[in-house]
Each structure stands twice: as C-alpha cells, then as structure tokens.
Design a binder for this molecule. Structure first.
Ligand code: PSV
Ligand code: MN
Ligand code: MN
Length: 388
C-alpha cells in the first residue's frame, strides 16, 4: 500500500532540481584537492555526467554553468550537446573571486577600473545566457574586509547598488538577476552581502526581475532557515535555492545528509508559501564531492530532496490548521512529526518502477558500467576542478 496519494505523486513528478557543473569536477579544501578517476576534462564531459543523474532519476533536467570555469568557444554547440543528452543549460554563475584584480573587491571596489571590469564580466555572462537560453544570472560575491576600519562599508554598499543596477539594465526580457548571500568567507570581518536582508534590500531596489538566492550552507549555526524561506516567499523575492548541507561552515556536503529534519522543515515552508514547482523558485544543488564519487553523490542528493519533499507533502495541513487554531501545541507538533517520520522510500521505489525508472537509482547507476567507462576513457588531459 502506497503512502503517497496520486495528488502527491503528480506534484513529485513535476519536480526538477538543477545540478551544478562544478559538482562533477574535483574539489577539496585548502589542504588538498584529491583527484577522482573519471573526472570530466571539460564542460562537455561535465554535462554528459550530469545527464546520467537525470537518466536514472528523472529529477535533474538542467545544469548550471560557472563562467569562466565552463568557458567554451561555442555556447550554441554546448547547448545542442546538452539537449542531445536530454538536459538543458540553466543558471549562469558569474565569478569575481579568482582574479588578482579582485583582491579588495569587485562590484564594490572603489577603483573604477576594477569595478568596470567586474561589471563587464557580468555583461559577458548575460551574452552567454542569450546563447544558452538561460534565464538566471546568479551572483555570489566574495567581497568584504578582514579588519575593522579596513573599508568604508557604506560606500561599498552604495557602489554595489550602482553596479547591480548597471547589470540589471543589461538583462533581456525574461532574464533574472539572482543575488546570493553568505555570512562569511573568504572575508572574515565584514561581508558585503552577508544575509538575506542585505540581498533583499539590494534586489528590491532593482526591480521585479531581481531576486534572492538562499544557499542553505550560508547561515550562522542555529539560524532558523525555514523562517527566511517563509519571509522571502511572502515578499515574492525567493528566486532560488542552493541546496547542500553542513556541519560547521560552508561544508557543501550532500543535501539532507547533515540534517534531514531541517530539509524537511524548509520544504514544508516552500509548500506552504506556494514555492514548490513554481516557475519563480529554482531548486539547485551547490555541492562539492571532495572524497566520494561525483555522479552517485549527485544522484543521492536529488533523491534526498525528493524524499523530503514527499514527506513534507504528507503533512496534514488541514488538521495542522485546526490544531494551531486551538493552540494545541502538542497536537500540532505531532502532526508535523508524523509526516517527517514516515518512511516514503518503498512507495517512491514502487512509483519509480511504475514510470519505467529504476527502483533504486543508486544501484542502477552502479550496475550501468558508466563509471568504469569514464574511468577507463578519461585518462590524460587535465581534470576539471572547482576553480581550475
Ligand atoms: C562559495 O561559497 C560558493 O559555494 C557559493 O555558494 C556559490 O554559489 C558557489 O560557490 C559557486 O560560485
Ligand atoms: Mn551557493
Ligand atoms: Mn557556498
């Protein structure tokens, strides 16, 4: 007996989670980047690997690119390659954190030459979006300062707004600017876009097509992230998620690995706020697989999101509303927890099988021989990496 109603299953069927191209490259910490056999050597191979995740799960129809990591000669050709593999190209991520010129800032820099260079990098990203058919330009800024007194924080905020206005004005119809926040790192004293409030203030001043990206790993420990989800949805400004999980800082581990209950609570608020399967909210992963194999790491991740979505859809919201109206604290909490504790894995396996998908996508990928094939074929050349 399935625990999932036809209505829940049709909601799940519409779910799509965008994969980051960089999850397929090598990554690591400041101590060591370990090479993984079979790692892609170029953006074409990253997309081919991402397509495997979609093939085994039907959950990951698009791939986000990072410029210049995924720079190619011909983006129309890359787009065709993606479509041939059964996926599309999604969000374009800019990069203003790996150039010597940006040591003291990019979009906030007081040197007009540096700031112009950073703005023009975003213009180039928008040109790429025109070719890839991407809707979203995602901006994460590594800008800030390390010591009190080092910078004029107010001046930087004003220059940031001016830079973003120029970039926003460059977008073509239907494209969006998505501003991601992060509370610290690489700057350790102040960060120019540290929190949802700053991101909101900056994008609200731009217009309707500027929205906030919430990366689940970018908050201080103990932050009630689902509250932020609720508030941004309420304000109509939640543009996208970067999903991952963390134990300490910006760990970029597999979503749902560190705290499945937090993921459940976040998705519950997404459902409550009308953000599930809404075209306004993009669901993406932002993860790095430092020691585990990358394709199965991504398969595990999208399955975790699907599982927690199914559980959150099981919350009896009518009963919950009654318990809340009656101030029945324990009944309300019990309704919530009942859904969280429901094991939906057998029902999801049955449903996958009924749709012609593998019951167990992890095992099916393992048995497919794809991993062995890329390990044998992709010798020589330079493996792609986070930042390489
Ligand atoms: C750095 O913290 C980061 O993980 C941000 O979350 C971005 O989304 C990502 O890198 C790619 O630029
Ligand atoms: Mn992110
Ligand atoms: Mn991050």
């Amino acid at each position: 007996m399935s625990t999932l109603s036809p209505e829940i299953l049709s909601t799940l069927e519409a779910q799509g989670i965008e994969l980051p191209s960089w999850a397929f490259g090598n990554s690591g910490t400041r101590f060591r980047v370990f090479a993984t056999p079979g790692t892609p050597r170029d953006p074409y191979e990253k997309i081919a690997d991402a397509a495997q995740v979609h093939r085994f799960t039907a959950l990951a129809p698009s791939v986000a690119l990072h410029i210049p990591w995924d720079k190619v000669e011909d983006y129309a050709d890359l787009r065709r390659h993606a479509e041939d593999q059964g996926v599309t190209l999604g969000t374009i991520n800019s990069n203003t954190f790996q150039d010597e010129d940006y040591k003291f800032g990019a979009l906030t820099h007081h040197d007009e030459r540096v700031r112009r260079k950073a703005i023009e990098h975003h213009f180039e990203c928008i040109d790429i979006m025109d070719e890839t058919g991407s809707r979203d330009l995602k901006i994460w800024l590594a800008e800030g300062s390390n010591y009190p007194g080092q910078n004029d924080m107010r001046g930087r905020q004003d220059r940031l707004q001016d830079s973003l206005q120029q970039i926003y004005a460059h977008l073509t119809d239907g494209q969006r600017l998505v501003l991601e926040y992060k509370f610290f790192e690489p700057a350790f004293y102040h960060t120019d876009v540290p929190d949802w409030g700053t991101s909101y203030a900056q994008v609200a001043a731009l217009g309707d097509r500027a929205v906030v990206c919430l990366d689940t790993g970018h908050h201080a420990p103990g932050t009630n992230i689902e509250f932020i989800v609720m508030q941004l949805l309420r304000l109509g400004k939640l543009g996208s998620f970067d999903f991952n999980s963390r134990f300490y800082a910006d760990d970029d581990l597999i979503v749902g690995a560190a705290d499945p209950f937090q993921l459940f609570r976040i998705i519950f608020e997404v459902i409550r706020g009308g953000g599930l399967n809404s075209p306004d909210v993009a669901f993406m992963l932002d993860q790095c697989h430092n020691i585990e194999k990358k394709i199965p790491g991504q398969i595990r991740s999208v399955l975790n999101v699907q599982e927690m979505t199914a559980r959150a859809l099981l919350v009896d919201r009518e009963a919950l509303a009654v318990a809340q109206a009656e101030n029945d604290v324990l009944a309300a909490n019990a309704i919530f927890m009942d859904a969280f504790y429901t094991d939906v894995r057998p029902a999801l396996a049955d449903w996958r099988e009924a749709r012609g998908l593998p019951r167990d996508p992890m095992a099916a990928f393992g048995a497919s021989g794809y991993q062995e094939k890329i390990e044998a074929e992709r010798v020589g050349g330079v493996q792609a990496g986070w930042g390489a």
